[in-house]
Write a protein that binds this ligand. Structure first.
Ligand SMILES: Cc1cc2nc3c(=O)[nH]c(=O)nc-3n(C[C@H](O)[C@H](O)[C@H](O)COP(=O)(O)OP(=O)(O)OC[C@H]3O[C@@H](n4cnc5c(N)ncnc54)[C@H](O)[C@@H]3O)c2cc1C
Length: 442
C-alpha cells in the first residue's frame, strides 16, 4: 500500500448505483470515503418515485459486482430474460432469442433492491461513511471543499461526482471552469411513463422469461418482470403531436388510444387511465461533457459524466464499468490520483461515446424494426452466421450484453463484420450475374 493511498480522503457525491458501488471499491482499496447523498436513506424511507422501477443488468454490470463478491446476492432476486417477446398489432406475440444458444439472458432487477444491496455493502466496508440528506450545493475544486444545502461543509483530497444525469457536481465544475469545461445535454423528443401490469391469479400475466416489446413504429412500450409477479411497463412516446402523452387529455382518450394501438394492454392493466394520469413523464437524454476530471482531484463518473438513453439497457452497466476502470487505473498508477484520473478518462471516453451512439440507434430497432419480417430474417441469418463462424461472427447485441469487450471495440468490430458481409453479398451477386449472362449467351 503506497503512503498516498493510506492518506487520501475521498468524497463521493451521490449514493445511487454508481456512488454505492464506487464506495465499496474505494473502501476495499483502503481509502477513507465519505459519501454525500441528497435523499434520505432509501433503506428506511423506500425508493424515490419517478425513477425506473426495474432495469436490465447484463454481463458488464455483473462482472463489476462479481469482482467484489456481490453478484450472487444481487442475482438471487433477478429474473433472467432470454429474448424479446414482440407483440405486433393484431398478431400473435413472437419470441426472438438474444443468443444463438437461446440460454443467454439479461436480468430484470429492481432498482431499489440493487441500490439497497450496494448501500448495505458500502456501509459495511471499513472506512466508508454515508451521509444522507446532504444535497451538494457548493464546490471549490482547488481547496477540495464541498458545501451542502443545510450550510454544512466538508473537505476531501479527492472529490468524485456520482450524482447522476442532472449532476450538481458537473454544474459546479462548469461554473468553476467556464470555457475550460464543455457540457452538452441533448434531450430526445420522447419521454417515458411507467405503468404496472399486476400479477394475475398469483402468477405472471405474461411470460417472465422475456423482455416484452410492443413496437408501434414511432413509439413503443416495453415491460420487464418483477419478483412479485407484476411487470413494469414503460411507454416511450413522443413529447408532442399525435400519439404524445400530452395529446391524451381525458381517460376516454387514453382508453381509445390503447384500444387502437395496444388492445391487449387494456386487459392487462386494469386501472390504465388512473396509472396513466398519476405516473410522471420522465425525460430522456444524452449527456456529453469534458474534461471528466480537473486538477487530478475532482472527477465525474457514471451518468454524471455520460448519461445515455436507455434503449440498450446499458446506462448502469456502463457506469459500473467506469468504477472497475477507475479501480484498474488506481492499481496501474500505484494510487497516484493525478495520474489515475486522466487515465480513467482516456480509457472510458471513447467507450462511453460508442454506447451512447448504439443506444440511440437501438431505439429505432426496438420501436420499429423488430416487427419487420426483413429484420427477423436478418436476425436469423445473423444467428446462422454465428453458428457457422463461432467466435468470428458475433452479433452486436451479444458483444454489448454478454461480454465485457470495450464498447468502442464492439462498434469497430460490428462495422467490419457488416462490411465483410456486404462484400460477400456483392461478390455473390456478381458471380450470379456472370452465371446468368453465360447461360443466356449459350
Ligand atoms: C427509464 C430508464 C430505464 C433504464 N433502464 C436501464 C437498464 O435497463 N439497464 C441499465 O443498465 N441502465 C438503465 N437505465 C440507466 C440507469 O438508470 C443509469 O445509468 C444509472 O441509474 C446511473 O447511476 P448513477 O448512480 O450514475 O446515477 P443515479 O442513479 O441518477 O444516482 C445519482 C444519485 O445522486 C444523488 N444526487 C443527485 N444530486 C445530488 C446532489 N446535489 N447532492 C448529493 N446527491 C445527489 C441522487 O439522489 C442519486 O441517489 C435506465 C434509465 C432510465 C431513465
Amino acid at each position: 500500500m503506497s503512503p498516498q493511498k493510506e492518506k487520501a480522503h475521498v468524497a463521493v457525491v451521490g449514493a445511487g448505483l454508481t456512488g454505492g458501488l464506487l464506495a465499496c471499491y474505494l473502501g476495499r482499496r483502503g481509502y477513507r470515503v465519505d459519501v454525500y447523498e441528497r435523499r434520505p436513506d432509501p433503506r428506511v424511507t423506500g425508493a424515490e418515485r419517478g425513477r425506473s422501477i426495474n432495469l436490465a443488468l447484463s454481463e458488464r454490470g455483473i462482472d463489476a459486482l462479481r469482482r467484489i463478491g456481490l453478484a450472487d446476492e444481487v442475482l438471487a432476486d433477478a429474473l433472467p430474460m432470454r429474448g424479446r417477446m414482440v407483440h405486433p398489432l393484431g398478431g400473435a406475440p413472437n419470441f426472438q432469442p438474444y443468443s444463438i444458444s437461446g440460454d443467454r439472458a439479461i436480468n430484470s432487477i429492481g432498482r431499489g433492491a440493487l441500490n439497497n444491496a450496494l448501500l448495505d455493502a458500502a456501509a459495511a466496508t471499513p472506512g466508508v461513511t454515508i451521509h444522507f440528506d446532504h444535497p451538494l450545493t457548493e464546490l471549490d475544486p482547488e481547496a477540495g471543499t464541498l458545501g451542502f444545502a443545510d450550510g454544512s461543509q466538508a473537505k476531501a483530497d479527492i472529490i468524485l461526482g456520482a450524482d447522476g444525469a442532472g449532476s450538481a457536481t458537473r454544474g459546479l465544475l462548469l461554473a468553476y471552469a467556464g470555457d475550460a469545461f464543455d457540457e452538452e445535454v441533448s434531450f430526445l423528443d420522447y419521454g417515458y411513463k411507467e405503468l404496472t401490469i399486476p400479477a394475475r391469479d398469483g402468477g405472471f400475466a405474461l411470460d417472465p422469461g422475456a423482455l416484452h416489446i410492443w413496437p408501434r413504429g414511432t413509439s413503443m412500450m416495453i415491460a420487464l418482470p418483477n419478483p412479485d409477479g407484476s411487470f413494469t411497463g414503460t411507454l416511450f412516446w413522443p413529447n408532442g403531436g399525435t400519439g404524445s402523452f400530452a395529446s391524451l387529455g381525458s381517460p376516454a382518450a387514453v382508453e381509445r388510444h390503447f384500444r387502437k394501438n395496444y388492445p391487449d394492454l387494456l386487459e392487462l392493466i386494469p386501472d390504465l387511465p388512473g396509472d396513466f394520469r398519476h405516473n410522471p413523464v420522465g425525460l430522456l437524454g444524452t449527456v456529453r461533457c469534458g474534461p471528466w476530471q480537473m486538477l487530478g482531484k475532482v472527477a465525474l463518473i457514471g451518468d454524471a459524466a455520460h448519461a445515455i438513453v436507455p434503449f440498450y439497457g446499458q446506462g448502469a452497466n456502463a457506469a459500473f464499468e467506469d468504477v472497475v476502470e477507475l479501480d484498474r487505473c488506481l492499481e496501474a498508477t500505484g494510487d497516484d490520483w493525478p495520474a489515475a484520473l486522466p487515465l480513467y478518462e482516456q480509457n472510458r471516453r471513447e467507450n462511453s461515446e460508442a454506447i451512447a451512439e448504439m443506444a440511440l440507434a437501438n431505439f429505432v430497432e426496438m420501436r420499429d424494426k423488430v416487427a419487420d419480417p426483413l429484420f427477423k430474417l436478418g436476425k436469423r441469418v445473423e444467428h446462422t452466421l454465428e453458428r457457422l463462424l463461432p467466435g468470428v461472427y458475433v452479433s452486436r447485441y451479444e458483444l454489448v450484453s454478454f461480454s465485457t469487450t470495450p464498447y468502442a471495440t464492439v462498434r469497430r468490430r460490428v462495422r467490419r463484420q457488416h462490411q465483410a458481409l456486404a462484400a460477400v453479398a456483392a461478390a455473390a451477386g456478381v458471380a450470379a450475374a456472370a452465371l446468368i449472362a453465360k447461360a443466356v449467351r449459350r
